[in-house]
Design a protein around this ligand. Sequence first.
Ligand SMILES: *Cc1c(COP(=O)(O)O)cnc(C)c1O
Length: 372
Amino acid sequence: MHFETTAIHAGAEVDRETGAIAPPLNLSTTFERGIDGQPAHGYSYIRDANPTQARLEEALAAIDSAAAALAFASGMAAGAAILQSLPTGSHVLLPDDSYYGFRILATDFFPKWSLTADFVGMEDLGAVRRSMRPETRVVWSETPSNPLMKIVDIAALAAIAHERGAMAVVDGTFASPALQRPIELGADVVLHSTTKYLGGHSDVQGGSLAFARRDAFFDAVATTRKIAGAVASPFNSWLVLRGIRSLAARMRVHCENARALASFLSTHPRVAVVHYPGLPAHPGHDIARRQMTDFGGMLSFEVKGGREEALAVASRTRVFTRATSLGGTESLIEHRATSEGPTSRTPPGLLRVSIGLEHSEDLIADLQAALA
Ligand SMILES: *Cc1c(COP(=O)(O)O)cnc(C)c1O
């Protein structure tokens, strides 16, 4: 079945009691037990599992070609649950360009959790091999990466991880499963901040993990979620499930608009460099062509003149709104170094844009005026 069809039908069975086509939003925190004291309908207590979340997880697994999936309160909660489920003493290889929250987890929380980390440029496979230790349990990658849009070779990283008995975890938030399905390339776990493209309307926070196998590690992460409690609420699960139905159609327009913006920016005299994997000059272009079906709706560009000029450009847009986050219907522009704060390693002249679903000519005109 094609992705578009799966995304619309997974977890979408008609409600048996009422015939409702849209899934019921089930807010109950507790579920009836039988006379033997056991759960009578498959559910017991909301933090454990609930029907709306179960439908979402069925869809999340299907769209990522996974054996099983877990929904979380946020993308960070999903990532933290992986790390909290590792044996103490584990070593984790993180990308040098990862989402800043994971970098802070590694520096400030890993010591408390008895984990160690090294940061490595995941596009340098030799460096990845050299950084592997006997206790390395996870090779973490993010592709495309935030905010430099680096592309890493998922299949090659998974092979290195597996050779050494580690798992390959891929944060696929920027691509979404519509464009890239890491499990098909050999990854073990895929993370999404469903706050972004899966939700798709800047109105819900969530995270997800999709697992290649329903194995002991899946059980460990499910237990972490249940006991530490970073669960998705039924309403948030319902909104993410609703977003998944239109994901493929939205991604097509995000990609088409981003392509138009990238080609406009790449010839603009005030732009020093455009980071977009769809441009043939991008260092990860060939790998992106192999492992993605399109190049996504995110791009960043560096304005000549550094920080002051970049802030000035962002101050002049009228269609793009200055805000962090991504994946909604509206276009956003962000001076990323300011959002990331003092520990940021992002180039000071960099502006990150989330290309929305407006008409591309209006988006180009807006940036044209802002760059003038
Ligand atoms: C936003 C984001 C996260 C964190 O997700 P939250 O839902 O904000 O917790 C993780 N990874 C990437 C790539 C993101 O863009």
